[in-house]
Ligand binder design. Structure first.
Ligand SMILES: NC(=O)c1ccc[n+]([C@@H]2O[C@H](COP(=O)([O-])OP(=O)(O)OC[C@H]3O[C@@H](n4cnc5c(N)ncnc54)[C@H](OP(=O)(O)O)[C@@H]3O)[C@@H](O)[C@H]2O)c1
Length: 251
């Protein structure tokens, strides 16, 4: 039976991937610092990947990191994972990444993801890059970084946000299939301006901040265009609608 290792398997997406694969009867283990595996220092990595057929990388740096640290995290962690995977003869390396990284964007976090993607493409390992749009669960973080004097200022740039549970489903499906040696984009069923997306989530949480549309406001450090965050034509669309998710979870 194929053996799956989910790096960042305790995280929001990683834990969902572990659940999906376990429910499908697969042999899967979660690895991250809390299980003694640090992809940045390399500690525990060879042991974690021993006998692995498929490695899924869903690690993310701590949110306190600055732009340079984020870049360093994704490049070092990915290079270490790819080297360990090559040594182990891994047959499929799957990376969770972001929609928009293949466009011109100027967003420092996305530059780091683009560098991560290039390392994977050039590694020689069979791979799949799964690009997801903004997770519903990420709306609070978007609001936090976009708050100025208790007002959330966000551009009306369009996105198709997606539930984290749908991302986990999509990544697990890709992981059990043959390597794409390419990219797939996944997104939610509805299109919103970033301002409207965050406004709906904050309203459901009874958050008192108002959300103001400001097309000149930066999104994670860059002023973006209306289509920067939209998935490509032919992206795989998932079913969970924002209002249904809000009713179920309260945001
Ligand atoms: N947020 C979004 O809307 C969005 C959209 C598209 C794509 N993505 C991508 O989706 C991926 C997963 O995001 P997420 O929200 O699920 O992240 P998350 O909940 O913050 O989880 C991050 C995981 O990485 C692990 N980790 C951190 N440092 C590590 C290290 N040095 N070595 C090994 N593991 C480490 C953490 O576990 P420990 O603390 O135990 O190490 C945790 O399991 C990221 O690549 C992100 O860029 C996010």
């Amino acid at each position: 039976m194929a053996r799956f290792v989910v790096i960042g398997g305790s995280g929001r997406i990683g834990s969902g991937i572990v659940r999906e694969l376990s429910a499908g009867g697969h042999d899967v283990s979660a690895a991250s610092r809390r299980t003694g595996v640090d992809t940045v220092t390399g500690e525990g990595l060879a042991r974690a990947l021993a006998g692995a057929d498929v490695v899924i990388d869903s690690a993310r740096p701590p949110s306190s990191y600055g732009d340079d640290e984020v870049f360093e995290f994704f490049t070092t962690s990915t290079a270490n994972l790819l080297a360990a995977g090559t040594a182990e003869g891994v047959g499929h390396h799957v990376t969770v990444t972001t929609v928009g990284t293949t466009r011109r964007h100027g967003i420092p976090y996305y530059e780091a993801k683009t560098a991560q993607e290039s390392l994977v493409r050039e590694s020689g390992l069979p791979y799949s890059l799964v690009h997801a749009t903004q997770f519903f669960e990420f709306a609070g973080t978007i609001a936090e970084v976009s708050t100025v004097d208790s007002q959330v200022r966000l551009p009306g740039a369009l996105t198709r946000p997606i539930a984290a549970s749908d991302v986990a489903k999509a990544v697990a499906r890709v992981a059990v299939g043959p390597p794409l040696d390419g990219d797939i984009e996944i997104a939610g069923p509805e299109r919103f301006g970033l301002d409207e997306f965050v406004r709906r989530v904050l309203a459901a949480r009874h958050d008192p901040r108002t959300v103001v549309r400001d097309d000149d406001a930066p999104y994670f450090g860059a002023v973006i265009e209306e289509g920067t965050l939209l998935p490509v034509e032919g992206a795989r669309l998932f079913e969970t609608r924002l209002d249904d998710w809000l009713r179920r979870t309260g945001g």
